[in-house]
Design a protein around this ligand. Structure first.
Ligand SMILES: Nc1ncnc2c1ncn2[C@@H]1O[C@H](COP(=O)(O)OP(=O)(O)O)[C@@H](O)[C@H]1O
Ligand SMILES: [Mg+2]
Length: 413
C-alpha cells in the first residue's frame, strides 16, 4: 500500500502575489502551507490579508540549501515543495533531490534557466531562426557584432525582472553597452542574441506527464527600447482561431523539445513577421497578478493546481473548461525616480472607475527604490477587469493614471 501523502506543503518563497489563494485552496483540502522566506516584507500585501491556521511562515536563509532542508525536516509530514520563482529554481532542485521529493525534471529546469543554452538548443532544433553567442572577455563590439549580427541584445543568461538586458542597434551603441554590462554583478554569464522585432506576449501553459495545455496568451505593454520595463499586461488575448491553433502547436513543440513534462510554464515570445520567437521560458507561473487574472477570467482558483502537482495527481485544470467570462489586466505603477517611496495617493478617485480597479501595493511606504529602469522600481500593481482583455487593459491604464506615486523630496510630503 502507498503511504498517504503528507499534510504540509512547502512554499520555497513565492511570487509577490497569490499566496492567499494558495492558502485558501490548501485550507479546503486540509493542507497547511509553510512559507519559507528570507524576507517577509516581499509578501507584505498577501501576509496582511491572509489570516489562516493553514499558513505558517518560517524565517529561513532560503539561499542556503542545508538550512532549507533542515527546516523542512523539522516541519515533517511533507507532501512536497512548490517553487514559483526564478531566483530559487535551482535551490528548489537541490532541496528536492536531498529530500527525495518529486517535481520538475532538473535537466529541463537547468536548460530553460540558462538563456544562452536555451537559445542554442532552440536554434539547433529548428525552433528559432537564429543562434546567440556568449560574450567573451576579449570581445570588442566589432567581433561580437560579426558573430551575432546587429541589432542585438546583450543579457544575463540567468537574469530576471528585466534587469541586465541591453539593446545595441549600432556598433557605437554596442561599444557603450559592453563595458556597462561587464561592470554589473550578474547571476549568470553575459550572452548576446539577435534582437527580435515586434510585440512581446507570453503564453501560459500547464504540463503533466508530458502533455501541455494552453491556458491563454497575455499581452504586454513595455516601455520603449532600450528599456524593457513591463508597464502593463492583459489576459487573455483574443487571437483569431488559426493563430491560436498555431501558437498552441508551436508551444507544445517547444516544451516537448526542451523536455518539459510537468508544471506551469510562462513563455515570453515575440510575434515577429517571420513567426514566434521565444525570449525566455520561465518554469513557473507568470508573475505579478497574472495568476489572479487567470483565476478571475476563467472562474477558478488556479492555485489549487499547485496542490494537485505537489500531491502527484493529474491536475483537474487539464480537463476543466477554459472559457473566459471576461478579460483582466494590470498596470504597474513605478516610482518616478530612485529614492524613498512614500506611498500612493488618489486611490479614492478610483471608486466608480470602470473595471473595478484595485491597487495592490508592491513596496511598503518608506522603502528605498534603487532603480526605475526595471521591475524592481514597481511600487504597486493596479488590477482591473473588462469585457475583453483589451477593454480591461484600457481600464487598468486609465485607472493607473489617476494614482500618484509620492517620493521623498518631491515637495508634497
Ligand atoms: N532577443 C530579444 N529580442 C527582443 N527583445 C528582447 C530579447 N531579449 C530580451 N528582450 C526584451 O527584454 C525583456 C527582458 O528579457 P528576458 O530575457 O525576458 O529577461 P528577464 O528574465 O529579466 O525577464 C524581454 O521581456 C523582452 O522585452
Ligand atoms: Mg522576461
Amino acid at each position: 500500500m502507498n503511504t498517504p501523502p503528507g499534510r504540509n506543503v512547502i512554499a520555497l518563497e513565492w511570487l509577490q502575489f497569490g499566496l492567499g489563494r494558495l492558502v485558501a485552496a490548501a485550507a479546503e483540502q486540509g493542507l497547511t502551507v509553510h512559507l519559507l522566506t528570507c524576507d517577509r516584507s516581499e509578501y507584505l500585501h498577501e501576509l496582511s490579508t491572509v489570516d489562516s491556521p493553514h499558513l505558517v511562515v518560517h524565517d529561513v536563509n532560503t539561499h542556503d540549501v542545508a538550512e532549507v532542508v533542515g527546516t523542512i525536516r523539522r516541519i515533517g509530514d511533507v507532501a512536497g515543495l512548490v517553487n514559483t520563482t526564478d531566483s530559487w529554481s535551482l535551490v528548489a532542485l537541490a532541496v528536492r533531490e536531498q529530500l527525495g521529493l518529486a517535481g520538475q525534471d532538473p535537466a529541463c529546469v537547468r536548460l530553460v534557466r540558462d538563456k544562452a543554452r536555451l537559445r542554442r538548443f532552440l536554434y539547433e532544433h529548428g525552433l528559432s531562426r537564429v543562434d546567440g553567442a556568449p560574450v567573451t572577455a576579449d570581445d570588442d563590439a566589432t567581433a561580437l557584432a560579426a558573430r551575432v549580427g546587429l541589432p542585438l541584445v546583450v543579457k544575463d543568461s540567468a537574469g530576471t525582472g528585466s534587469e541586465h538586458v541591453w539593446l545595441a542597434r549600432t556598433l557605437d551603441e554596442l561599444t557603450a553597452v559592453l563595458p556597462e554590462s561587464r561592470r554589473r554583478n550578474l547571476r549568470g554569464q553575459l550572452t548576446a542574441e539577435p534582437y527580435f522585432l515586434g510585440p512581446l506576449y507570453s503564453i501560459e501553459t500547464l504540463s503533466w506527464e508530458g502533455r501541455t495545455r494552453v491556458l491563454g496568451v497575455s499581452s504586454r505593454v513595455l516601455s520603449p527600447p532600450p528599456m524593457f520595463r513591463e508597464e502593463a499586461l492583459g489576459f487573455p488575448v483574443a487571437l483569431p482561431p488559426a493563430m491560436a491553433k498555431d501558437a498552441e502547436q508551436w508551444i507544445e513543440q517547444v516544451l516537448k523539445a526542451v523536455g518539459y513534462t510537468e508544471g506551469f510554464a510562462h513563455t515570453e515570445f515575440i510575434m515577429t513577421d517571420h513567426g514566434f520567437e521565444v525570449v525566455e521560458i520561465n518554469p513557473r507561473l507568470g508573475g505579478a497578478l497574472l495568476g489572479e487574472e487567470i483565476s478571475q477570467t476563467l472562474g477558478i482558483n488556479l492555485y489549487a493546481t499547485f496542490l494537485d502537482l505537489v500531491l502527484r495527481r493529474r491536475p483537474a485544470l487539464l480537463d476543466a473548461p477554459l472559457t473566459p467570462a471576461h478579460g483582466a489586466a494590470h498596470a504597474r505603477l513605478y516610482a518616478p525616480r530612485s529614492g524613498v517611496f512614500l506611498g500612493c495617493e488618489g486611490q479614492e478617485t478610483l471608486t466608480g472607475h470602470p473595471g473595478a480597479p484595485v491597487l495592490h501595493p508592491a513596496l511598503p511606504a518608506g522603502a528605498t527604490v534603487r532603480s526605475v529602469a526595471h521591475q524592481d522600481g514597481c511600487v504597486a500593481v493596479l488590477f482591473a477587469t473588462g469585457a475583453t482583455s483589451e477593454l480591461a487593459l484600457q481600464n487598468a491604464l486609465s485607472a493607473a493614471g489617476e494614482v500618484h506615486v509620492r517620493m521623498e523630496g518631491d515637495g508634497r510630503g
